[in-house]
Design a protein around this ligand. Structure first.
Ligand SMILES: Cc1ncc(COP(=O)(O)O)c(C=O)c1O
Length: 494
């Protein structure tokens, strides 16, 4: 029984809320910080350039035992977190695959956090669960994947690929009862993908107990798409050696250059050898919505599973990936586990509990920002915005081609272009080492400069600068500026 003291304490419980008027003021002040961040995106530095020691020191304090005044806290966060953040939302971010987010999603995230839904169980999040089904469906329709597809929102492309490959493994080995018995005593499962496949597929096959030695990397043609002859030869050799060809992973936009494998042919090969066909469309898949890009993606609709990333070409703030599988039942078969503490609400009224269709139990409401984005802008405007990113990439590639001190290193298929700064070189074979070194040194030099944020990669042994354009705030003037700054910084290194 509670004693008098504890009753007294709970009666006067303070909790953690402010009064509504105080909360309203706090929200307004936070909104000011948000609006301020959107001022002068063009002039702000893309990278703040503070050292790890400095940043660590800002937050180097022991556990605070008493609370801080909200205004002071907000001022500190604005100064040390918001104003120093890498400007992923600005027009001078070209590294990796960094979208700028969109403002409707910022509002959606605030609303989603307010209602704190848990999308593991339908009755914990009725509308948000239905919205998740809806955006999975719209995502599929947007890229031309069958509208009967089942799907689940996950953290990003890595999780979408892992989720898809988990379903692939569980379904492929259903007869062997792999969910219960594991992979022991089975022949080695072989997964095939090109050498350009994203590293998350390596991680996925490791997680799944398949082992990265069984991820067979097939070389690419000049256009960085998978070499189909070598693929078939490798499958045949593996069959002869007693391995079990299990899955082909096709790239619908590689992270290095945006290359797209011949997905139609990969689907045929997978069908011929009775293998699972998975497509990693995390970077490029959403560009299948763009009319003149559609032919490149032919065959993607035949994939047994497809990974998409809404925090790439749907302009979502992090996080929001999506694993699409041909039907809902397949997902359920792969992930459902009986648990008494989750079953007491069971009713046959059509409720879909997302925890039965994926790995996670507790899940946040990713669908709201995606739904509000589709509704606020409409599929046509989103499609056009992706098309503009690709157009901008072509424009940048033209600028590179026209400049005597730059050289193009990859073709533009989607929104990525790779190139080299030639410095004092004339681009001849004799210059290869000099140019390689110069382009390797230029990336950290640009980071120190901070006006542009761009990364590099290696293509066929050559160090190149890689620009990924996936930000609706980028205009041609920013692309001209990008090359000017690279030239300025590169000239210092010549
Ligand atoms: C082709 C491809 N697959 C997978 C991923 C991993 O996605 P995420 O970073 O969202 O986990 C990326 C990321 O850039 C990608 O480009």
């Amino acid at each position: 029984m509670a004693n008098e003291n504890s009753l007294h304490t709970s009666k006067n419980r303070k909790g953690l809320d402010s009064s509504l008027s105080e909360f309203s003021q706090q929200l307004s002040k936070a909104c000011e910080v948000v609006l301020d961040r959107f001022k002068n995106l063009d002039d702000a530095k893309a990278y703040s350039g503070f050292s790890p020691d400095t940043v660590e020191a800002w937050f180097d304090e022991s556990l605070p035992h008493t609370g801080m005044d909200f205004d002071e806290l907000l001022t500190f966060i604005k100064e040390k977190v918001v104003d120093t953040a890498t400007l992923n939302i600005g027009p001078y971010m070209y590294a990796y695959v960094m979208t700028g987010g969109n403002q409707i999603s910022i509002i959606a995230e605030l609303l989603a956090t307010t209602i704190n839904q848990n999308v593991g169980k339908w009755h914990l999040a009725p509308s948000i669960s239905e919205l998740e089904k809806r955006v999975v469906n719209w995502g599929a329709e947007f890229v031309g994947y069958p509208s009967t597809a089942g799907g689940v929102l996950v953290s990003g492309g890595s999780a979408a690929n892992l989720t898809s490959l988990t379903v692939a493994r569980n379904l492929f080995l259903e007869q062997a009862d792999v969910r219960r018995k594991g992979l022991f005593d089975l022949p080695s499962l072989r997964v095939y993908a090109s050498t350009e496949v994203h590293g998350c597929v390596d991680k996925s096959v490791e997680f799944l107990g398949i082992g990265s030695d069984n991820l067979q990397k097939i070389s690419t043609n000049d256009d960085f798409a998978i070499n189909l002859t070598e693929l078939v030869e490798r499958i045949e050799a593996d069959l002869s050696a007693g391995h079990c060809p299990f899955c082909i992973v096709g790239n619908a936009g590689t992270v290095n250059t945006g290359a797209i494998d011949d997905l139609e042919k990969l689907a045929e090969i997978a069908q011929k050898y009775k293998m699972w066909f998975h497509v990693d469309g995390a970077y490029g898949g959403l560009a299948a919505a763009v009319e003149d890009r559609k032919p490149f993606f032919k065959g993607m609709e035949k994939a047994d599973s497809l990974a998409l990333d809404f925090h790439k070409w749907l302009y979502q703030p992090f996080e929001g990936g999506c694993a699409l599988i041909k039907d809902w039942n397949t997902l359920h078969k792969s992930f459902y586990t009986e648990a008494s503490y989750l079953s007491s609400d069971k009713q046959n009224d059509g409720r879909l509990d997302f925890n039965e269709y994926g790995f996670q139990l507790s899940r946040n409401a990713k669908s709201l920002k995606i739904y509000m984005t589709f509704k606020a802008f409409g599929a046509d405007r989103l499609r056009n915005t992706i098309a503009e990113d690709i157009e901008n990439t072509r424009y940048l590639a033209n600028l590179v081609e026209e400049a005597s001190d730059f050289r193009l290193s990859s073709k533009v298929i989607l929104g990525i272009v790779c190139f080299q700064f030639l410095g004092t070189g004339d681009g001849s074979e004799a210059d290869a080492d000099y140019i390689n070194q110069l382009n390797r040194k230029i990336i950290p030099a640009l980071e120190r400069d901070g006006r542009m944020f761009i990364a590099g990669t290696t293509l066929k042994g050559q160090s190149v600068i890689r620009a990924c354009l996936i930000n609706h705030r980028q205009q041609p003037k920013h692309l001209k500026r990008l090359l000017e700054v690279i030239r300025e910084v590169g000239d210092e290194l010549k």
